[in-house]
Design a protein. Structure first.
Length: 74
């Protein structure tokens, strides 16, 4: 999840896994795989940095083989 700011100043948390593409029109427009579009104050490069950072952090916690159980079980 990444935190961005809508044009009205309200913060919004977006599931970075749902980002399909980002445009600069000149405002930054995030298009999601759901069809929803969100105009934000952050620059396109900043949204990219946030999304890439989110994905890098998500890889820290591997999914166990078979996708069941918890990586925290000992």
């Amino acid at each position: 999840m990444i935190k961005v700011t809508k044009l009205n100043g309200n913060e919004l948390v977006v599931n970075a896994d749902l980002i399909e593409f980002i445009e600069s029109t000149p405002d930054t427009l995030i298009s999601l795989t759901t069809g929803r579009k969100i105009m934000v104050l952050e620059e396109m490069d900043d949204v990219i940095r946030l999304a890439v950072g989110y994905r890098a952090k998500a890889r820290i916690y591997p999914v166990p083989a078979g996708g069941t159980g918890s990586v925290f079980e000992g």
